[in-house]
Design a binder for this molecule. Structure first.
Ligand code: ZN
Length: 319
């Protein structure tokens, strides 16, 4: 498979309102998104959801400042079985979607019909620390999948888990994925901030920021770079911007991890594939990399005493 080189660098721009009552992030993650799309062919409504989720994962990762990997998974009960996006602390991302066998997806299919057809869809966010102690499990939050679009689903999640008002505006097409996150910061009675601010003023700033951002149309976000969007929305506000961050596509799959996955699968299962086709081939569902294990490789896997250590089963398909 040939992969076209991607032109352009992605940018995540954090900012904070001067009275410290609202913080936000603009993201343009288009290059990463095109890397994801160059490896997969998905129906248009699935592309839209996954592209928005890629932008949201980077926004949340930068917002939580968590030293580790954020894994966002939506387990659907409709024609889409799974959407997964992973983002580490350096904003390296990978993403994939799994459709139900024989899924029929209309061009105008909505999030509820794709992922929550009978109300059993679940949204799971896992925080997997980079410096885990031995035996330490990742933190996992699971909430029902309520919301008609990706931004609403994530807003509901943030309200439940972080207890902070968070609003998102997301827009994705085949070339572009951009977004904006706004978050109302806890009020410290005006003492903690450099410029003291009353609770009413803080609330007013939040309401004004949300109102301004709500004027953004999807087409406008897709057609406009984030510097211009920020200028256009907040030109009358006093805002501090931070050094920009640069998200990028990166897959963490390795031959060793795939070997561990085969160990988890068990010797019997692996041997039965070997008997059938003479080798075990595994494709990484995120990047498309192919790993091949012959009889000798497999015998070595099961001969070593090292226990299989896989916390999150990698999304991989065996062929
Ligand atoms: Zn991979």
């Amino acid at each position: 498979m040939s992969i076209t080189p991607i032109i352009g660098q992605d940018t995540l721009q954090k900012f904070i309102f001067d009275n410290a009552s609202v913080r936000g992030e603009f993201i343009d993650i288009s290059a990463t998104w095109r890397e994801v799309l160059s490896r997969h062919a998905y129906p248009a409504p699935v592309k839209k959801l996954l592209g928005e989720m890629v932008a949201a994962a980077a926004l949340l990762s930068a917002n939580l400042k968590f030293n580790g990997t954020i894994i966002m998974q939506i387990h659907g009960d409709g024609p889409v079985n799974l959407l997964v996006v992973e983002c580490d602390a350096e904003l390296h991302l990978r993403a994939t979607a799994k459709l139900a066998p024989d899924a029929v997806i209309a061009d105008d299919a909505t999030l509820p019909s794709l992922l929550n057809a009978s109300g059993k869809g679940r949204f799971v966010i896992t925080l997997d620390p980079a410096d885990k102690m031995p035996g330490q499990q990742p933190y996992q939050g699971i909430v029902p999948l309520d919301g008609d679009d990706m931004a609403t689903v994530i807003e509901n999640y943030m309200l439940r888990s972080e207890q902070l008002d968070t609003r998102l505006w997301l827009a994705t097409d085949d070339n572009t994925s951009r977004g904006l996150l706004l978050q109302k910061l806890p009020h410290h009675g005006g003492k903690a901030e450099a410029t003291p601010v009353s609770e009413e003023d803080a609330l007013e700033t939040w309401n004004r920021a949300v109102m301004l951002a709500s004027t953004l149309k999807e087409e406008e976000i897709l057609a406009t770079d984030i510097d211009t969007l920020m200028q256009r929305l907040f030109w009358e506000e006093t805002i501090r911007v931070f050094d920009p961050l640069h998200p990028s596509f990166h897959c963490t799959c390795t031959r060793e991890k795939v070997g561990n996955m085969l160990k988890m699968l068990g010797e019997e299962e692996v041997n039965s594939t070997l008997d059938e086709v003479g080798h075990v081939g595994v494709n990484c569902d995120f990047c498309g990399q192919h790993y091949d294990f012959d009889k000798v490789d497999c015998a070595q896997l099961f001969a070593s005493d090292a226990p299989a250590e896989v916390l999150i089963p990698p999304a991989s398909s065996i062929n």
